[in-house]
Design a protein around this ligand. Sequence first.
Ligand SMILES: CC(=O)SCCNC(=O)CCNC(=O)[C@H](O)C(C)(C)COP(=O)(O)OP(=O)(O)OC[C@H]1O[C@@H](n2cnc3c(N)ncnc32)[C@H](O)[C@@H]1OP(=O)(O)O
Ligand SMILES: O=C(O)CCC(=O)C(=O)O
Length: 377
Amino acid sequence: MNQVLINDTTLRDGEQAAGVAFNLEEKIAIAKFLDAIGLEEIEVGIPAMGEEEQRAIQSIADLGLSAKLLGWNRAVISDIKASMACGLKRMHIAIPVSGIQIATKFQGQWRITLQQLKDCISFAVDKGFWVAVGGEDSSRADDEFLLDVALYAQEWGAKRFRFCDTVGVLDPFTTYSKVKRLVSGLRIPVEVHTHNDFGLATANALAGLKAGALSVNTTVNGLGERAGNAALEEVVMAIKRMYGVDLGIDTPRLLELSKLVANASGCRVPPWKAIVGENTFAHESGIHAHGVLKNPFTYEPFAPEEVGRERRLVVGKHSGRHLISNLLKQHGIFLSKEETQSVLDAVRQCSMEKKRNLTTEELLDLVKIQKYSHAIR
Ligand SMILES: CC(=O)SCCNC(=O)CCNC(=O)[C@H](O)C(C)(C)COP(=O)(O)OP(=O)(O)OC[C@H]1O[C@@H](n2cnc3c(N)ncnc32)[C@H](O)[C@@H]1OP(=O)(O)O
Ligand SMILES: O=C(O)CCC(=O)C(=O)O
């Protein structure tokens, strides 16, 4: 897995999340940020959407970023022309490949589908564009047909083929075997694009990479259609930490990027969200806090600073004496075992009433209320 390329599609599939609409400044800010932290490739939008989207894409193209920029297109010549007008050098052309998609969108006329793809690839390649092709709904396509389409795309000049689990219906084992088959049959690299309908987008993205795909689509915070896409921060950190491959991405800035996209999209990140959620390095439980106080790796997969977070030790319903006495010592308060236990009992009660963690002030107030002010030095 040494050569993984991340092609981030926050500005395309991410923005397809229901209700999300980035303005020009937000699109530019996100593109710049992705580039600044070391993303190699960015899918910047859909030129066929119209003039405003084209202006945004042109503005991003004008920034002169190091990242390669792609526009997303249907296999329709007017889409390709719109992409060409945006100052991009690369384009992605999508074509449905499953029975249900071809029946619905092309009235089952797969020969027409293929002809449209051929015409579009040739049109773009002849004009000097670097072209990638996406097999929409690859996961539900007949395996033979999928490989045939990919082979045709390769023959017609495509430089990469995208395997899309469009409806997020695969598990990692099936993803592995389907992607492996495609990788083995093609000379051009394969990209994986996975959706999160069963919560498996990141797992499937990794399975696709293990099977030999060389690039992967991600979105910041996993933003995207329905349940979203494989999250950039999850894929990057899994590759870094589980496979020991550093993609050269400035991971301490992942949290800042997550906040930028959360604000621009209006989609807040749940506290338990892997890598960037507020609780990912927060410890309340007694047993965990006891371990973490001695050695953080007892209950953390990596240091919070690696993704721009800080560790938080908080008191609440599940806390234990070690954490309470540690926090109190930081304020010069030394209690006996029995006194600590009664503060802990009060913490539990208070946390249940307030249905949250206690602030430091609330903890110190509890000590006073318990009449242990003698312990305050
Ligand atoms: C899996 C994915 O994420 S695919 C990307 C989805 N993203 C989007 O749809 C967001 C941007 N989309 C848009 O702005 C609009 O849908 C446009 C501009 C692309 C097209 O708009 P409209 O012309 O109004 O068509 P509408 O969206 O209603 O229907 C889609 C049309 O594209 C066709 N189509 C869908 N996918 C493809 C494809 N890969 N290649 C060729 N044609 C396609 C449909 O069959 C339908 O064609 P028809 O108008 O001849 O019946
Ligand atoms: O690029 C393609 O072919 C389609 C990408 C996509 O968004 C999907 O299949 O979910």
